[in-house]
Design a protein around this ligand. Structure first.
Ligand SMILES: Cc1cc2nc3c(=O)[nH]c(=O)nc-3n(C[C@H](O)[C@H](O)[C@H](O)COP(=O)(O)O)c2cc1C
Length: 193
């Protein structure tokens, strides 16, 4: 029997009431419901200061980046919900990806990403739901060798989109989120079968 699909999931926002973290929680539940093992990573809790080449040359990768890379290396796929900041992804997310793309001993740069699959989501108080940021994130991940699933979900009007329990009010939107997560898991299940 094939092993279960392993995903790493993270939000590009560290804000306490983050809409994207709420969205990620919904996507993670959907992925687990179809059999994935999901490790949720709180990016801000990892020791990953703003990338500086001099620091890296002097001290190598910080402990948080080493730990984050290990999780990525051991995963089959990645689920991300990121805010759109000025038409792109957040600095928190980019910094984590930058650190994780750096080579360690006996590995080429970007090797923890190459060959992985990803599902991407966003939420924003605006009408487009952060969709422009998702196109930027898609390009970034694809340049690292990640296959980003064609379907993605941007949740607009996020101030009023969630129920008090964090679920999405609109069924079609909830189905879209579940579709991104479920599509990622089923794609990987077929590959691993
Ligand atoms: C610096 C900055 C730039 C932003 N740029 C955009 C933007 O381009 N498009 C958008 O829809 N929202 C933009 N926003 C609003 C964010 O979508 C909003 O703050 C959102 O709640 C952040 O996500 P979070 O709730 O997960 O923390 C911006 C917010 C900040 C702080």
């Amino acid at each position: 029997m094939s092993s279960s699909v392993k995903l790493v999931a993270f939000s590009g926002s560290s804000r306490k009431e983050s809409f994207n973290t709420k969205l990620l929680v919904q996507a993670v539940a959907a992925a687990r419901a179809v059999g994935a093992e999901v490790t949720v990573v709180e990016l801000a809790a990892y020791d990953m200061p703003i990338y500086d080449g001099d620091d890296e040359a002097a001290s190598g990768l910080p402990a948080g980046a080493v730990a984050f890379k290990k999780l990525l290396r051991e995963s089959d796929g990645i689920l991300i919900a990121s805010p759109e900041y000025n038409s792109a992804y957040s600095a928190l997310l980019k910094n984590a990806i930058d650190w994780a793309s750096r080579s360690g001993k006996d590995e080429p740069p970007g090797s923890v990403f190459a060959g992985k699959f990803a599902g991407i989501l966003s939420a924003s108080p605006g009408a487009l739901g952060g969709l422009r940021g998702l196109f930027a994130l898609r390009e970034l991940l694809q340049n690292l060798g990640v296959t980003v699933l064609p379907s993605m979900q941007a949740v607009g009007q996020a101030m009023t989109a969630f129920n008090d329990d964090g679920t999405l009010k609109d069924e079609k939107t909830a189905a879209g989120v579940a579709g991104v997560a479920g599509g990622l898991v089923s794609t990987l299940q077929k590959i691993k079968a």
